[in-house]
Design a protein around this ligand. Structure first.
Ligand code: 8DG
Ligand code: MG
Length: 150
């Protein structure tokens, strides 16, 4: 079909899973952002809520069960350098663990080298550039919800 040839923006939902002062990041193996640290997340499915997508993607990628999902912000990201140029409207959510003692598992090793907790004040490098851009702008996923900025 002719319309399939026209590139379209897609919607992604990604999640700051927070635990104390840390967030969960994984080293990407996908072509977009290969070898950079990124949040768990993926494509919004037809008919899905942001909260539902956040819970599903975090479970699929890390095995973690999350709760208290809230919408933080949305950014517009055009990946011109990717093998196939792509454009994502990225919805950033925040969530906490149902069981704070649960450890992440690397459920999709073809997409990620592994998950770990990183202190927000001491993030690893390089960060996936949409995340890097937010950090540089002063964005803080811990602020504005009563939990206090760190
Ligand atoms: P799916 O097919 O399982 O639904 O998707 P995925 O394979 O898990 O997709 P993804 O690449 O992890 O996420 C989709 C897009 O979201 C990604 O290509 C670009 C955008 N994106 C950002 N920032 C981040 C981020 O920090 N983490 C992730 N995972 N994706 C991000 O703009
Ligand atoms: Mg993903």
């Amino acid at each position: 079909m002719e319309t399939e040839e026209v590139p379209m923006p897609k919607v992604a939902v990604v999640v700051f899973v927070v635990k104390e002062n840390s967030v969960l990041l994984g080293l990407r193996r996908s072509s977009i952002g290969h070898s950079t640290f990124a949040l768990p997340g993926g494509h919004l499915e037809f008919g899905e809520s942001f909260e539902g997508c956040a819970a599903r993607e975090v479970m699929e990628e890390t095995g973690l069960e999350i709760e208290k999902m809230t919408l933080l912000t949305v950014t517009n990201n055009v990946f011109k350098e990717a093998p196939k140029p792509s454009h994502y409207v990225t919805v950033f959510m925040r969530a906490t663990l149902v069981d704070p003692n649960q450890s992440p598992r690397n459920m999709e090793p073809e997409k990620c080298d592994g998950w770990d907790w990183f202190d927000w004040r001491n993030l690893p490098t390089p960060l996936f550039w949409p995340l890097e851009k937010m950090v540089r702008s002063g964005f803080n996923p811990f602020s504005g919800d009563g939990d206090g900025e760190i």
